[in-house]
Design a protein around this ligand. Structure first.
Ligand code: ATP
Length: 251
């Protein structure tokens, strides 16, 4: 059977007044794949993410998850259909323990603004089972009882991905997971993202670190000025003359 895209976006457009931040972007994310979105600063990558997840309303275009149109659905409804995004550190409950944060995420009680909603709250036992599974899956068991505020930056980032995975999504959005990290933490996150393939989750990744993008992606979409400049496998993108020009040779 022909594999259908998990996420199929067509003509996604986001305007802020007269300014078009995302301009007719097409994107197809295959199940279980790693799909990166790259491009110079201001290209519209984060705005595209926000539009896909429902954080900001779309101006024009279609977004389908497994064939179902979701472009007008609230963010939490998209989560129920299998989308999740990682959080910023600041959205974690800093005084709660790692385990408590995971349990809250699994229960669906994280504040709206942090999460754009998490489906129906699950009962406590199920949430605890999920939380424990995430502790072990993300090598956080030894840190389970620590308040999040005591974790290192790298550990917090790992937990952020664990919180997204606690919703048991089919697709997770990672927006610059290595920003502000040192080399050791970057290596950890790279291995962690690679390992998510075994969980059969597709990943849509915005990332400036080219080692990660080129090393992990199945497909790369390159954006420039709100539009898709190129799309393809890492080797094709690396050798694309238009892409090289857009990056002034920095790849
Ligand atoms: P970076 O790599 O620097 O994070 P990006 O590719 O993620 O950049 P965006 O943050 O999506 O780019 O921004 C794309 C353009 O949209 C920028 O010119 C930005 O100023 C503009 N923009 C983003 N959000 C808004 C907003 N709320 N109102 C007006 N303009 C916005």
């Amino acid at each position: 059977p022909v594999l259908e895209p998990l996420l199929l976006a067509r003509g996604v457009t986001k305007r802020y007044g007269a300014f078009t931040a995302v301009d007719g972007v097409d994107l197809a994310v295959m199940p279980g794949s790693i799909h990166s979105v790259i491009g110079p600063n201001g290209a519209g990558k984060t705005t595209l993410f926000h539009t896909l997840t429902g954080t900001v309303p779309i101006t024009l275009g279609s977004i389908r998850i497994q064939g179902e149109e979701v472009s007008r659905l609230a963010g939490h409804k998209r989560v129920q259909r299998g989308m999740a995004r990682s959080f910023q550190v600041t959205s974690l409950f800093q005084n709660l323990s790692v385990r408590e944060n995971l349990r809250v995420a699994a229960q669906g009680r994280v504040p709206r603004e942090a999460l754009f909603g998490w489906g129906r709250p699950r009962d406590d036992d199920a949430a605890q089972v999920t939380a424990d599974a995430m502790l072990s899956r993300f090598s956080l068991t030894a840190l389970a009882d620590r308040p999040v505020a005591q974790l290192s930056h790298g550990q917090q980032r790992r937990l952020e991905i664990g919180l997204a995975m606690a919703a048991q999504p089919k697709l997770i959005f990672l927006d610059e997971p290595t920003s502000g990290m040192g080399v050791d933490d970057i290596a950890d996150i790279k291995a962690l993202i690679a390992s998510l393939k075994q969980d059969n989750v597709a990943i849509l990744l915005v990332e400036h670190n080219m080692d990660i993008v080129m090393g992990l992606s199945d497909t790369i979409t390159v954006m420039q000025s709100g539009r898709v400049l190129a799309e393809g496998a890492p080797d094709a993108i690396r050798n694309d003359a238009h892409v090289r020009r857009a990056y002034l040779g920095n790849m």
